[in-house]
Each structure stands twice: as C-alpha cells, then as structure tokens.
Write a protein that binds this ligand. Sequence first.
Ligand code: ZN
Ligand code: ZN
Length: 156
Amino acid sequence: MTSSTATSKCLCGQITVSVPQAALNKTDCIGLCYCKNCRQSGGCLAAYNLYLPEKDVTIDGQPKIYEDKNTDSGTTLQRAFCDNCGSPIYLKNPKFAGAISIRLGGFDELPKPGMELYGKDRPNWFKQIDGVKENETMPAMTEDWKDWFRKTGVSI
Ligand SMILES: [Zn+2]
Ligand SMILES: [Zn+2]
C-alpha cells in the first residue's frame, strides 16, 4: 500500500478494497442511494458509494456476487458482498461498463457526498445534506450525467 491509496476492509477482514486516495476528494463522485434495494442489501438508511473507473480499484479476496434482478430500472445489478461477514463491497451496473460503485462505509475517511439518488425514498425526517445534488431516482442520461461519467473516467 502506498500513501496515495486508501483501503477499506469488510468487517471480518477477508476482503480489502483499495482506491486512489484522490478519489475520496471527488465529491461529485460520492453519492447516497436511498433506493429500497440498496437499503435492503445493507440494512441501512442509504448506500454510501464512491463511483469510479473499475480499473482504478484493487480488490483482494473473493466477494460473492448477488444478481439483483428485481430493480426499479429492470437492469440486473451485481451486488458483491463478503460471504463470511455479509459486508456489502461493491455494485456494478452493466449499463455503465467500466464503472464500479464501491461501498464507502469501511474506509477510515468518510468524505462528504455530492449527490443523492432515489431522493424520493429518503424518509422525510432525514434532512437532505447541504450542498448535495438531489436526484429523485436515477438521473436521466442527460449531457450533465454523461459529463459526470467522463469526469470519472468512464466512457459510455
Ligand atoms: Zn468479511
Ligand atoms: Zn440504490
């Protein structure tokens, strides 16, 4: 591990995920997803994700993959988790080949998110975070969103 890498572990420690330290400063690439599937898969209020090019991520250990077919978009998502402790590790959406969504909760540093997805499913007692860009569901594939993917280094 170099000083330019940030690493997380699942709860039992058999899976580690390393990302460039600089990725944790890219607020635009950090999101909270309040959709039902994310909440169910993590037993949490929202999934806390870093979106980045898959090539920038190193995963040691072998997560188990759950094919999540019952999604709002109809797309089958790959949800990776530790088969020993159950910690969610990452999510991949085949629509965005080359991109990966890493669960951020296992990192020591917890950077502020820049956007929220499925804001319509956020409970009304939980206030939106200042400065966070709200999306009611998944953003439509607008030029803004395409630009965002380009910024993350993913070609779509
Ligand atoms: Zn584990
Ligand atoms: Zn979600």
